[in-house]
Design a protein around this ligand. Structure first.
Ligand SMILES: [Fe+2]
Length: 258
């Protein structure tokens, strides 16, 4: 903070006299410290609303599922994270991505990691879908999938296999692998996500029971097929690929191709 600012703030409440400037400066800093001590931050990260109405994904994902999944589970992750962050000033001011990487702590997660990752994962999941999501990507995204998986059918099978072979709760991802410079399907357990390996998520599918049980009971295969056939927002996938390409050179073809 510059000297002029200090002076102007001091003047705002008390006439300034050059001879006792240091005393005013001291008062300013003491007032500032008291104000800071009184200011209690009660929330660090808000609950993000899905980018559509809660019934907009019906009949493929019911309003009831969204009410429970977003309104209860996602909300609880946010609230629990905020409660944890209240007690850890060192994490104040981190973006959600920074928070995930810092609390992952090189594979020795801090207590905040699970809630931070689950908040991010769910925001990403809601945005991975759209009402009337299409079955196939177009243009450059399709070409990149064909380049890295051989065909769209192969990609789809890999995604389904990953979901079927996931033990317990977790996530299935289409990612851009930063080091290998290619697309890949990966699965992660519990809250873990590919950001911790510096890979760039493109699609995220929630494979926790709360995501599908109300609509599909234990039929995970049906849930994944419905997701791939009716819910994926290839429009947003294209936008995410464009962003990813700013960080990772995927080579030809350029994405997106109009
Ligand atoms: Fe979930």
């Amino acid at each position: 903070m510059g000297l002029n600012h200090v002076v102007s703030l001091a003047q705002s409440s008390t006439p300034f006299v050059a001879s006792n400037f240091s005393s005013y400066k001291g008062q300013f800093w003491r007032r500032r410290a008291r104000a800071r001590a009184r200011a209690k931050v009660v929330a660090f990260h808000g609950l993000t609303t899905p980018p559509y109405e809660l019934d907009a994904l019906e009949p493929y994902m019911s309003k009831r599922t969204l009410e429970v999944h977003w309104g209860e589970h996602h909300r609880k992750y946010v609230e629990d994270l905020n409660r944890q962050l209240e007690k850890n000033e060192q994490l104040y001011g981190c973006t959600m991505e920074e928070l995930i990487k810092v609390t992952y702590n090189n594979g020795n997660p801090l207590p905040e990691f699970n809630n931070a990752a689950q908040v991010w994962n769910h925001d990403f999941f809601w945005e991975s879908m759209q009402p009337g999501g299409s079955k196939m990507p177009g243009g450059g995204v399709l070409k990149q999938i064909e380049k890295d998986f051989g065909s769209f059918t192969n990609f789809r099978e890999k995604f389904l296999e990953a979901a079927q072979s996931l033990f317990g709760s977790g996530w299935i991802w289409l990612v851009v692998k930063s080091r290998e410079k290619r697309l890949a399907v990966v699965k992660t357990s519990n809250a873990l996500n590919p950001l911790v390996w510096n890979d760039i998520p493109i699609i995220g599918l929630d494979m926790w029971e709360h995501a599908y049980y109300l609509d599909y009971k234990n039929d995970r295969t049906k849930y994944v097929n419905i997701f791939m056939d009716h819910l994926v927002s290839w429009h947003l996938v294209t936008a995410r690929m464009v962003r990813a390409e700013a960080f990772v050179n995927l080579g030809e073809p350029k994405i997106p191709v109009a």
